[in-house]
Design a protein around this ligand. Structure first.
Ligand code: FES
Ligand SMILES: [Fe+2]
Length: 334
């Protein structure tokens, strides 16, 4: 029986991008998703698989095992596990024992995992990249619960104090709109952009004095925010360089959240130069900015997820709305 008491366990019914496809080879690896300890492996024929980590025989971690053909072999007594959960036990050939298996898909260079339920078989999340090119995928581990991590990434008041590149010079100058739908929240912010660092000079057209607009939508099955970030010249002309950031909030356990972030931009250099030079810089700068968010969340004095409406400012209105929509998706069993 599962000992998983993670409060986000109901969220396992949604697809979550847990790791990069290329990080999964034949050597089994242990990971946790919504408190569920998993072993992931790739069979000899290349199929990605995820099983409950604990061997049902005598509790050896299956991450200590090895892949042979299309099965994972437990290191302790050699029981063999197929990706779908079928067990072959040398001393009990007639046994029909099964092990808990999770659904696995590969798309966008990522391994997606969910726990199957009888009532739902959702498609993988999809999004429109807006004709932009993928600059890279970043993974960050945040030492904070899902709610507090989401709070940080759906308000911009902190961008003037915490961020170095992407953000507003001061919160008083931010124009802000909030649109609510039953299953989504949408936020639009616009204001003066911080000065871009010299590393961008030469291949993007954004300049000091530009205005920055950050328009994002958050949906909850799975928890995902898509940011459209655009800039305009002081005369209001749209800059060519823009960013689309697709951020998945993956609950690892009660106090840890993983961000899986896909960063898209226009091709700013010709041909292969973009992939070789510009895309890594764009990804690295974005990942650096996300590290600053991780730093901020690591400084929280406690991890209480309660919000006090009396202390919330005008840019925080979305937080309570997000919490309302998060509850049925991640905190309530179906
Ligand atoms: S503990 Fe895994 S086969 Fe015995
Ligand atoms: Fe931030």
């Amino acid at each position: 029986m599962s000992a998983n008491t993670c409060r986000y366990r109901p969220g396992l019914r949604h697809w979550h991008p847990l790791l990069a496809s290329r990080a999964l080879r034949r050597k089994p690896i242990a990971r946790t998703l919504a408190g569920e300890r998993l072993v992931l492996f790739r069979t000899a024929s290349g199929q990605a698989a995820a099983l409950a980590e604990t061997c049902p025989h005598r509790r050896m971690s299956l991450a200590a095992g090895r892949v042979q053909g299309d099965e994972l072999v437990c290191a302790y007594h050699g029981w063999r596990f197929a990706p779908g959960g079928a067990i072959r036990c040398p001393l009990m050939p007639a046994s029909e024992l099964r092990h808990q298996a999770f659904q696995v898909r590969e798309a966008h260079g990522l391994i997606w995992i969910r726990q199957a339920t009888q009532s739902e078989d959702p498609p993988l999340p999809s999004w429109d990249s807006g004709g932009l090119a993928l600059a890279g995928v970043a993974f960050h581990t945040v030492p904070a619960p899902l709610e507090l991590t989401l709070d940080n990434f759906t308000e911009v008041e902190h961008t003037s104090s915490i961020h170095q590149v992407f953000g507003f010079t001061q919160p008083e100058a931010i124009e802000h709109r909030l649109e609510l739908e039953p299953a989504a929240t949408r936020v639009w912010n616009s204001g003066p952009q911080k000065a871009f660092p010299p590393v961008f000079n030469g291949f993007i057209d954004n300049r000091p004095g530009d205005s920055f607009a950050n328009d994002w939508i958050t949906t909850f099955d799975p928890l995902l925010t898509i940011y459209d970030q655009t800039w305009r010249s002081p005369k209001g002309k749209p800059r060519r360089f823009r960013l689309k950031v697709v951020m998945f909030f993956v609950p690892i356990d009660d106090t840890t959240t993983q961000l899986t972030t896909l960063v898209y931009s226009p091709k700013v250099l010709p041909g292969r130069l973009h992939r070789a030079l510009a895309a890594p810089i764009i990804k690295a700068v974005t990942a650096h900015e996300l590290n600053l968010d991780v730093w901020a969340l690591a400084q929280l004095a406690d991890l209480d997820t309660e919000l006090n409406p009396r202390t919330l400012g005008p840019l925080d209105r979305v937080l309570l709305e997000n919490r309302r929509r998060l509850k049925p998706a991640y905190l309530e069993r179906v």
